[in-house]
Design a protein around this ligand. Structure first.
Ligand code: ZN
Length: 502
């Protein structure tokens, strides 16, 4: 067993919890009503009837060993109710206010959440399934806060990452929202908070799992990377015997990702670049296409996803996943957050999981191709265009002025398209990827965008889709710029390679 700083609750306080767990009359067929077909049942959704709060056996999970004994039930809490940090971090051994003796499976760290959720299921039996996740069972019709921590660590080094769960009273798919895989990308954190804390487990169909900060190491340091300077989002699905990043990725993949029927991975631009709110997904995959259609008025950009991204690894594992990019790192901007929240709520609606949110707008264009235009000289870049601007070939995008020589160079668009991402005003080096231009093209012309993308990549492969004069090597993967490190390079090489970043 892995050590976890999970807080389990003992849970029989609520007769409602028991009722919720006991009710499993409707099986998974009802999930077919959703927009997307899910070929595989989420492993976290048990299909067996629960006679009582002590299931006779645990449902098999796809990954990770399963304890023989029944899982403790996660405490039902109101997610939006503030709790003290002490409650989160250092739960006492037992909670005197709870009749823990009623629990047949006492665990070591009952979580002293302030109050049980008041709206326990009433007369009607909820049809949802208990959701088994992170060593706990979340009864249908309840919400809770669990914790994931990478298994490879020694005490005190990694703080546990909160995992918010709202398990609906009715059946449906499990949608996962992940944010801050890059620790300096803040908009997604706030987006997850707003979405999760406004879900009502009593009316939700299916479950939503929200992980506001996947890369807690980076978040604490305001860094995109893990402490070893690796990019976590280039190490999925990971390897439990691999590098530190690879082990963390594997743990997250096995403990959380495999429980999802669909995933929205939230990101922002990188390195002082900002993105128009946009979805990125592999539009050659029909399930991903369907997912992108659920977001309302949001631009969609085709991209397979760089090797090692959560998105690509999840799709390869059969879980439709999109990246939702919005805004810039290190800042929270309301426009990006509201757009993201609106898009996800629309998705929840489209998936048939909620009904209270209004559908949102007409679909935005889909861009099957995109390219970066770079600064050709070093200096201070000032933009003349804004995010979302439509540009034509020859339009002035911005200028780069050398503060010493006062030489000014213009950057003019080489394409007809739309500004999907751009550098914020800053000092740039020659070659800095400055404007990300989405190019609308017929669907047949889906390019195979080059994955990757490191600006400083020593030997990039040729990208025949980008013939512009400004050597746009990278195209569509999130943030466009990456540390030039090999996936799972030998440890001796790791630190050197990423030396220029953050
Ligand atoms: Zn990112």
């Amino acid at each position: 067993m892995r050590h976890r700083s999970l807080s389990f609750s003992l849970l029989f306080v609520l007769s409602g919890s028991v009722a919720a767990a006991a009710a499993t009359s409707v099986m998974d067929e009802s999930s077919e009503a959703v927009v997307i077909q899910y070929p595989t049942e989420p492993s976290g959704v048990t299909e067996q009837s629960q006679e009582s709060a002590t299931p006779q056996e645990s449902t098999q999970r796809e990954a990770g060993e399963q304890p023989e004994k029944p899982m403790p039930k996660a405490k039902s809490i109101e997610l939006d109710k503030p709790v003290t940090e002490r409650d989160l971090v250092a739960p006492p051994e037992s909670d005197a206010t709870e009749p823990s003796a009623a629990s047949p499976v006492p665990r070591s760290q009952p979580k002293p959440q302030p109050k049980p959720q008041p709206e326990a299921p009433q007369t009607e039996k909820p049809a949802g399934h208990p959701l088994q996740l992170l060593g706990a069972e979340v009864p249908a019709g309840t919400s809770t806060r669990l914790a994931w921590s990478p298994s490879q660590h020694f005490e005190g080094v990694y703080s546990a990452t909160p995992v918010l769960v709202v398990n609906g009273a009715e059946t449906g798919p499990t949608l996962c929202l992940t944010a801050a895989i890059h620790g300096d990308e803040l908009n997604g954190i706030e987006t997850v908070r707003r979405v999760m804390y406004n879900l009502n487990p009593q009316t939700l169909k299916g479950a939503v799992i929200g992980v506001p900060i996947v890369n807690m190491q980076g978040f604490h340091r305001s860094s995109r990377y893990l402490t070893d300077r690796r990019d976590l989002n280039r190490h999925f699905p990971g390897d439990k015997n691999g590098s530190s990043a690879s082990r963390i990725a594997r743990s997250f993949f096995d403990e959380v990702v495999v429980h999802c029927n669909a995933i929205v991975d939230l990101h922002t631009g990188s390195f002082y670049r900002t993105n128009l709110p946009q979805l990125r997904g592999d539009l050659k995959n029909p399930k991903v296409v369907k997912l992108t259609k659920g977001f309302g008025s949001t631009v969609v950009l085709h991209s397979d996803g760089a090797k090692g991204t959560l998105r690509r690894a999840a799709v390869e594992a059969g879980i439709p996943t999109v990246t939702l990019e919005a805004g810039a790192p290190m800042v929270l901007d309301e426009r990006s957050v509201s757009h993201s929240v609106k898009g996800i709520r629309t998705l929840l609606n489209q998936l048939g999981m909620v009904s209270k949110f209004r559908l949102w707008g007409d679909p935005e264009p889909v861009y099957y191709n995109s390219t970066w235009q770079r600064a050709t000289t070093g200096g201070i870049i000032f933009s003349k265009v804004e995010l979302g601007s439509t540009v034509s070939k020859g339009d002035l995008l911005g200028t780069v002025t050398n503060p010493i020589t006062n030489v000014r160079k213009e950057i003019r668009s080489l394409y007809n398209g739309r500004i999907l991402g751009m550098a914020m005003n800053q000092v740039v080096q020659p070659g800095f990827a400055a404007y990300h231009i989405g190019i609308q093209a017929p669907e047949e012309q889906i390019s195979a965008p080059e994955e990757v993308t490191a600006e400083a990549e020593p030997a990039p492969t040729e990208d025949n889709t980008n013939a512009g004069g400004t050597q746009p090597q990278e195209t569509t993967e999130e943030e466009a710029v990456e540390t030039p490190q090999a996936i799972d390079a030998p440890p001796a090489e790791e630190r050197d390679e990423a030396s220029e970043e953050d």
